[in-house]
Design a protein around this ligand. Sequence first.
Ligand code: PAF
Length: 304
Amino acid sequence: MQHWHILGAGAIGGLFATLLQDAGTPCTLLLRDNDPDLVAGNACITLRRGEQLHRHRFAVSACSDRSPVAHLLVCTKACDIVPAIAAVGHRLVPGATVLLLANGLGYQDQVRGRWPQLDCFAGSTTEGAFREARRSICHAGHGSTLVGQPGRAAAPDWFTTWRELPISCEWSADIDTVLWRKLAINCAINPVTALHHCPNGALAERPDLAALVRELCTEIRAVAIAAGQEQAVRDLHPQVMTVIRATASNRSSMLQDVLAGRATEIDYLTGYLLAQAQRFGLEAPWNATLLAAVKALTAGPAPS
Ligand code: PAF
């Protein structure tokens, strides 16, 4: 029997916890040592779909506890993944299954490098879920979830449970392409919206921002192709415009982070892209400008 532990029970982590629990798979939320739900010994997540509310009660466990973890789903922000896994590192059994479901690239290699004994998988999801309150999630729209492991064609046994979830959840024999495509789209949209404090749709409506998105796409394509990821950036600009129009009224995840004064995922999006550009001797000046500007936005006040 699989028993999944969830690190990062926000919108996506909470959604998958409820889906797995409904499918009969035990799930435990891993909480920081000071989380008030640890006192109660359990946590309730309310999931809203339209008018319908579903309440789910979960077992909870402090990261610092000692009971073993064999299946770990990590849904934190990209910048929190390595420290979050480090906080439960002592509990992970050798060969534990770890599924990283987050935006960006770069942390997958960091995790594999630091914990080579783990069986690490990566995924990307477009399920439309957002947090309405601390443990209340709205599942606003269906998307698709792809999971894979670089170089692995066939899904492992544990994935049977995931494939049967009542959402579109498939194994990808080419997860690198999936992650690169998502990275490319995020790099073209998120930093621009974060800097201009605008919804995604403004990137199609404002000619100056539309022109910037086009320049970014040209640079992103060149870097991806140099990195051997041509398939991921085929038709990148039209794809980006489709996402912008489909999510016109949304605030990107990076804009939400900036508005809330939180750290952004820029190092694992544009930062990763620029590291690749440097590796292949390419310039990507529009992306470099955005990286610096977003970092300046969230750097906090200069020391006096
Ligand atoms: O990160 C995000 O906000 C989304 O993935 C998307 C659609 C690229 C921008 O809203």
